[in-house]
Design a protein around this ligand. Structure first.
Ligand code: DX5
Ligand code: ZN
Length: 218
């Protein structure tokens, strides 16, 4: 089994200065920095955009895992790639057309980043099976996107098993990432079911010892 990657998220951190400090504090323990980008339209909250990502890129060597919770990802993909995103994940629900979505996933790879597709809790795996061939990551949301600190939705376990089975059956190299409400107990269970990347917002951020918190998620 591959090593489980841990990706602490930026959502609980409120200022750019604190983001830089947080990235520095977790740099030897975390595998990725999960950057939650919200535009106040696709989700209610608003965080930061590619300009701040560019600043972060200069301050940390952690790979940047960019989760775009934005209404119109197409126009901004290039900006995020140029600002140093290593993984760019778009939301299935942000697209009216599958062809447009596939074009964007191809564009992400062409720009030198890894491509990710995220689905909200109410989107079924069956809807995206025909698209995962264009993805390096699939990001299964285990809470409604938009804020940290929500409760993990139990039906996510079944979705992780389902996508893992498809991955094995088709022999594809896809990383399964799960985001929202995850604590160590949930993380261990997700790992057994085939998850490869665990995003953690409030659990790691609010722990007294973040190093211990990250290792307890593995
Ligand atoms: C939710 C974000 C998550 C969030 C996770 O909209 O996509 O990345 O930061 O935070 P927790 O782990 O607290 O649910
Ligand atoms: Zn996220």
């Amino acid at each position: 089994m591959d090593k489980l990657l841990i990706a602490p998220s930026t959502d609980p951190v409120k200022t750019v200065e604190d983001l830089i400090k947080y990235a520095d504090e977790i740099k030897n323990d975390a595998d990725l920095l999960h950057c939650d980008i919200m535009d106040g339209k696709f989700v209610e909250n608003k965080t930061f955009s590619y300009d701040v990502l560019g600043i972060l890129k200069e301050k940390t060597l952690l790979p940047l895992d960019v989760h775009l919770m934005i209404e119109k990802p197409t126009k901004l993909i290039k900006k995020f790639a140029q600002s140093g995103a290593n993984i760019i994940t778009v939301h299935y629900e942000a697209y009216k057309s599958k062809n447009r979505l596939i074009r964007d996933l191809k564009l992400i790879r062409k720009l030198g980043a890894l491509s990710g597709l995220s689905i909200k809790p109410n989107t079924e795996i069956g809807e995206v099976v025909s698209i995962i061939g264009y993805c390096d990551f699939v990001l299964i949301m285990s809470v409604e996107p938009g804020k940290s600190g929500q409760k993990f939705i139990e039906k996510t376990y079944g979705k992780v098993s389902e996508i893992n089975k498809i991955k094995i059956d088709y022999g594809i190299r896809l990383k399964i990432e799960v985001d929202g409400g995850i604590n160590p107990e949930i993380s261990h269970r997700l790992k057994m079911l085939g998850a490869n990347v665990i995003v953690s917002g409030s659990y790691v951020f609010s722990s007294e010892n973040r190093q211990v918190a990250i290792s307890s998620l593995r």
